[in-house]
Design a protein around this ligand. Structure first.
Ligand code: GLN
Length: 236
């Protein structure tokens, strides 16, 4: 199985190393045509505005949207989550192009700046159910986003408590509606919607390989379903 890793910027090497450790091949993706040779895609963490500018420069958005729209498995971590969301708020200026597909509103810098990066133990029952281990995982949050609104088809895999020091939270654009959305005790930080998996934190920066293994199982499940459909079409 070949898993593409968008290699424009950010933690793509770490994802490729994690895939290698569990026996999967990670392929660096820099051109749209390279997506034809992979079964799935990981969009790493980094800086989403820079990544979007580079993706635009290389005319990658049409191929990325086609890949998502075709039902291929895609996992976005941190900036990758922002890329996959249908809507992003909390931008300093103008916003950026998104791939979309994930029925969520993401606050781009919900947990604050680089200095407010943190690690926390997250409860993820689904991960333990599929991959074993404890019911928790270490969440590494770096200038991290959060999902402030999710549609009905989005399965929530993990929540994170909002830091009690509310001043850490960036208030987007002075817009009351958005402020209302982020005044919560818990925010969503990991989701699955069909072929899309998204985490606001960075499993690739820890030694816990369960998220990569979880994603590979998801890829296999989606591929198996696809080939079942093809073989039933063959019979008709
Ligand atoms: N908040 C960052 C952004 O807007 C993402 C941070 C990360 O990927 N670690 O791109």
């Amino acid at each position: 199985m070949a898993v593409g890793v968008l290699a424009l910027q950010g933690s793509y090497n770490e994802h490729i190393a994690a895939l290698r450790k569990i026996g999967a091949k990670g392929v660096e993706i820099r051109k749209g045509t390279q997506l034809q040779g992979v079964d799935a895609l990981i969009i790493p963490g980094g800086e989403s505005t820079t990544m979007a500018k580079l993706a635009e420069h290389h005319n990658l958005f049409p191929a990325l949207r086609e890949f998502v729209g075709a039902g291929k498995p895609v996992w976005g971590t941190c900036a990758g989550l922002i890329f996959l969301a249908n809507k992003a708020i909390g931008q300093k200026s103008g916003g950026q192009e998104l791939i979309g597909g994930l029925d969520c509103t993401v606050h781009r810098n919900f947990f604050g700046s680089q200095l407010q990066s943190f690690e926390i133990e997250l409860s993820v029952p689904k991960l333990a159910e599929k991959e074993g281990g404890s019911g928790t995982c270490r969440g590494v949050f770096i200038r991290a986003p959060a999902i402030v609104e999710a549609g009905p088809d989005v399965e929530v895999l993990a929540d994170c408590p909002v830091p009690s020091d509310k001043s850490r939270i960036v208030t987007p654009n002075g817009n009351n509606q958005e402020e209302e959305k982020i005044s919560k005790d818990q925010v969503i930080v990991a989701v699955r919607q069909g072929n899309l998996l998204a985490t606001a934190f960075h499993p690739e920066l820890t030694s816990d390989l369960r998220w990569h293994s979880f994603f590979l199982k998801m890829v296999k499940e989606i591929n198996d379903k696809g080939s079942q459909c093809v073989s039933s079409l063959d019979k008709d």
